[in-house]
Write a protein that binds this ligand. Sequence first.
Ligand code: C2E
Ligand code: MG
Ligand code: MG
Ligand code: MG
Length: 283
Amino acid sequence: ALLKRCLPGLDERASPVARAPARPQLSAQALREGMARGQLVMHYQPQVRLSDGAVTGIEALVRWQHPDHGLLYPDAFIRMAESEGLALELTEAVLQATLHDCAECFRQGMALPTVSINLPPEALTEVSFPDRVMQRLAELRIPARHIAFELTETSLSGEPITALDILTRLRLKGIHLAIDDFGVGYSSMEQLQKLPFTELKIDRQFVQGLGSSASADAIVRRTIGLGHDLHLKVLAEGIETLEQWRALQALGCDLGQGYLIARPLPRPALAAWLAGWIPPALG
Ligand code: C2E
Ligand code: MG
Ligand code: MG
Ligand code: MG
């Protein structure tokens, strides 16, 4: 059964080879048109508690259903969007698609865990962002505690007062805040203890070095300790093997996500996955 669960999800890229084809030339104009035509779709990857496998969240990951090039992954267009000044428009489109999906799940009576949405650094420069988010949530009757935002460490290197103000207002409304890809970027300990984060996500490169790289082991162990000292939940990204799950659990890591558990799935496949998920025997 576990083996079956490890098999690639429906239309998620099945092997590294699927990433290889030459990249289409994508323009800002094409992305604007794509967004206007509703071509951005969200796939959702489950997040589980490592002690018992209970599902605690799902991360929304954007894909572009391109009419000529097929399903495109973020590495094909996020950097272009950000360098062409489209980061905020993309964020709007992502929020709209994700919150629409959430509202639909609630309407169908699905028990939805926390939904995590990735934000670009630009979102922390816009003082009106928290109010806009709260208004959207109110319209769709989605409780704020069902939403988490994921930000990378580089998001915090801009205007620190504005970022702190925006994050604090989101947190006061009940939205959860995660530091994404921890360990890859630069963040000062001072910043970490000042900002109202609730979760720390260990980057998958450290998780994948577990057991084979002494430095990865040390980094993961220390990061879990640091997160807990700062009263953060710690989530490990990129869990691909049961050995990694067990090692992380033994180190006291709270949560995890990765291909072992599930690949990012389109909404209908997610509903089926949530209904059928049986955690591996842990013990
Ligand atoms: P991220 O937020 O760190 O997301 C995790 C990435 O790791 C996802 O790639 C996910 O599919 C992949 N992943 C999850 N589990 C495993 C695993 O076990 N093994 C391996 N090898 N990979 C795994 P994806 O969907 O291609 O997204 C890449 C990055 O693009 C994200 O990294 C995030 O930084 C960005 N991104 C994705 N969606 C959005 C979005 O809606 N808005 C913004 N601003 N950025 C996004
Ligand atoms: Mg993320
Ligand atoms: Mg990440
Ligand atoms: Mg990442």
